[in-house]
Design a protein around this ligand. Structure first.
Ligand code: GLN
Length: 485
């Protein structure tokens, strides 16, 4: 049951071979055993999970179960969950029990899912390694001296080690795709606006988007179908007809044109990553796809543009954490300004402070035009590059991450090295496009490599279809780290 795809869990639940309570207990026991080593969860909610599972069992008995009723899952700790700690990986919110649910959480609750707990993450989703968490780093189950990627590291680890069959994440610059790649699972970030950001603690609002982790594209499709949908409480939520992302999974790939951006295949990609990506592309050709060379000439400007825009938005979003309404407040302070200063100095970690400083700087009078406005112009050029590329191809493919998982501590003292690890994922967020990462083999030391697929707006179904056909022809996605098989 632990390794079963969602379709098999659904069948077993409906056939009463296992109850939702038994299924939840199975995963809760695994979490209890593995979490001390992996640090994937910040909060485990056994009582809440068992209560939700009992409700799911009642629905199954009444014949009113939906596709996800009784399915256990984990939420990244960036999603507000009513009555449950929502820390966002920060000391600032280490005492914040949310009084309401995020829209995505509400949708998944209504679908009958069983939340096991809240997963570890980089503080306020700022990071690529999960090392910026107030709760300590999550560990990669393939080698627990290595990082799992970030910022949604805990959710990726939970799925990779089968502590949960599926999990939610968020992706502002790669935080679903990159940890999916480094832990050997599948992850998808949909088009900006497909999932509501209501109740998702804001990092960079014009880039943040919820996403799904699963062992396979099919499992991600089922989760994304339940997470997506219009919500009037998020002004950037898109009003579109509901979509079943599983609908086209089986479509043959004959005729699919895969664009290979020359900028993604230059120096910078590690040899072991290149070998796995090339082999995966050969597999796609065997499945009937053709590959064409395309160019994203401004892609190399994505990192500088992102590291102006994201900190600018973050500096504004994080101004609400003042120690007054909620969150950490210094125990001792002089006047009101001193209370703000001490509370923020104590509540935020080093990376968050760095970004608030950068963001405040680029938005200040005299620098706004030179940095912020310039970055917005680059953002437009990057989106135009993708538009042009999609006149020549249906999807774009390349590596998700330039390397496999690195050692804990290896890049902690060098923020620029850390930022460069997002070179292949960030442009997608600047353009607001959907992106997926799926396992494509293993590199040196048996560490997972991910292949990234990028689609045009609303092409999530196409990406999931391509990944699913690939997964039917290969077994990389079924491999499990030995200690958690
Ligand atoms: N690594 C990027 C950052 O540090 C992206 C993080 C994310 O997608 N949340 O901002």
């Amino acid at each position: 049951m632990i390794n079963a795809p969602l379709s098999e869990l659904r069948r077993a639940l409906d056939a009463r071979e296992i109850s939702a309570v038994e299924l939840a207990s199975l995963f809760l026991d695994r979490i209890e055993a593995a979490n001390p080593a992996l640090n994937a969860f910040i909060t485990v909610d056994r009582d809440g999970a068992l209560a939700a599972a009992r409700e799911a069992d009642a629905r199954i008995a009444a014949g009113t179960a939906g596709p996800l009723t009784g399915i256990p899952l984990a939420h990244k700790d960036v999603f507000c969950t009513e009555g449950v700690l929502t820390s966002c990986g920060s000391k600032m919110l280490a005492n914040f029990v949310s009084p309401y649910d995020a829209h995505v959480v509400t949708l998944l609750k209504n679908a009958g899912t069983v939340m096991l707990g809240k997963t570890n993450m980089d503080e306020f989703a700022m990071g690529s390694s999960n090392e910026n968490s107030h709760y300590g780093p999550a560990k990669n189950p393939w080698d627990n001296t290595r990082i799992p990627g970030g910022s949604s590291g805990g959710s990726a680890v939970a799925v990779a080690a089968r502590l949960a069959p599926i999990a939610t994440g968020t992706d502002t610059g790669g935080s679903v795709r990159q940890p999916a790649a480094l832990t050997g699972v599948t992850g998808i970030k949909p088009t900006y606006g497909v999932c509501s950001r209501y109740g998702m603690v804001a990092y960079a609002s014009s880039l943040d988007q919820a996403g799904a982790f699963g062992a396979s594209a099919a499992d991600c499709a089922a989760l994304l179908t339940a997470m997506a949908g219009f919500d009037a409480r998020d002004s950037t939520s898109l009003e579109r007809p509901a979509e079943d992302y599983s609908r086209d999974l089986d479509k043959p790939l004959a005729g699919l044109r895969i664009g290979l951006p020359r900028e993604f295949f230059g120096p910078g990609m590690a040899d072991d990553v290149r070998a796995a990506v090339d082999a995966a592309l050969a597999e796609y050709r065997k499945l009937g796809a053709t590959t064409v060379d395309v160019s994203l000439p401004n892609a190399q400007l994505a990192i500088p543009a992102y590291y102006v825009i994201a900190p600018a938005e973050a500096s504004s979003n994080l101004s609400r954490f003042d120690g007054v309404r909620y969150g950490h407040r210094a125990a001792e302070y002089g006047d009101l300004a001193d209370m703000y200063e001490k509370s923020r100095a104590q509540g935020f970690g080093a990376e968050v402070k760095r970004r608030i400083l950068v963001g405040t700087y680029v938005l200040s009078h005299g620098y706004y035009d030179a940095y912020y406005l310039k970055a917005q112009k680059l953002r437009r050029l990057i989106a135009e590059d993708f538009r042009a590329a999609f006149t020549q191809c249906d999807v774009i493919a390349g590596p998700t991450s330039p390397t496999t998982a690195w050692a804990i501590g290896e890049k902690s003292d060098d923020p620029v090295q850390m930022y460069l690890s997002d070179i292949y994922t960030i442009a997608v967020n600047l353009a607001g496009l959907p992106g997926l990462s799926h396992p494509a083999g293993f590199g040196t030391g048996g560490l997972p490599v991910g292949l990234q697929l990028i689609g045009d707006y609303f092409a999530e179904g196409r990406l999931l279809n391509a990944a699913h056909r690939f997964q039917q022809a290969t077994d990389w996605h079924t491999r499990r780290p030995a200690a958690f098989a």
